[in-house]
Design a binder for this molecule. Sequence first.
Ligand code: SAM
Length: 205
Amino acid sequence: MRQKHLKYVNQVLLKEQDVVVDVEQIPIDHRPTFLEIGSGKGLFITSIAKDHPENHYIAMEVNINVCYRILEKKNEINLTNLTIVLGDAEGLLNYFSPQSIDGLYLNFSDPWPKKKHHKRRLTFPRFLEKYQVILKNQAFIQFRTDHIDLFDNSIEYMHPYMLIESIEYDLPESSYMTEYEIKKRKLGPIYQLIGRITHHAKETL
Ligand SMILES: C[S@@+](CC[C@H](N)C(=O)[O-])C[C@H]1O[C@@H](n2cnc3c(N)ncnc32)[C@H](O)[C@@H]1O
C-alpha cells in the first residue's frame, strides 16, 4: 500500500496516545481478544470494535503513516477497547503470550506474487507457525483477499495447520469491510477463508 508521508507523525506522538511502539508484551485480560495484522487505515477493526465493546481488539500495522490513520479513527469514536500496535508480524511472539488470542483477521494482506517473495506472505507457513503459538485452541483465522493466486496458495498453506471451516469464492458485502475491500469490490470477486486452529493438527503433519 503506497502511503502519503505524514511529516508530523512520529513514534513519540503515537506513544503519547497509547499506541504500542516498543516491542513489548501486550496486556491481555479476561475479555475475548481479537487481532488484525496489517490493519491498513483501520476501517474494519475500528468498526467491529465499536459494535463489540465487550471484546478487546488489537490492530497491528507496520507502516507508521497508516497506523496514524487507525489512531485518528480510534480517537474520533472514542474507542476504549482497541489497542494499536506499530509493529511487524515477524516479531509476533515478542508481543503475545502463547494461547492468548481468540481470533485473527488477515484482510487483503500483500500478495507478494513473485515466487521468491512468497515467504513474506502473512499466510506463509513460517507465519502460520507463529499464529499457532499465540492463538487459543479453537481460535479462528479469517483471511480475505481479492488475489486468487494468493487465496489458492493460502488454502494449501493453511490446510495442515487448521480445520478449514469455510471457503468462499464470491463473498457478499458485509458490515465490516476494509478500505481495500470497498475499493477492490468494484473490480471483481472477494475471496474468504475461515480456519479453526486445532493444536493437534500439527502433530499429524
Ligand atoms: C494491502 S494493505 C491492506 C490494508 C488493510 N488490511 C485493508 O484491507 O485495507 C496491507 C497492509 O499490511 C501491512 N503489513 C504488511 N506486512 C506486515 C507485517 N509483516 N506486519 C504488520 N503489518 C504488515 C502493510 O503496511 C499494509 O498496510
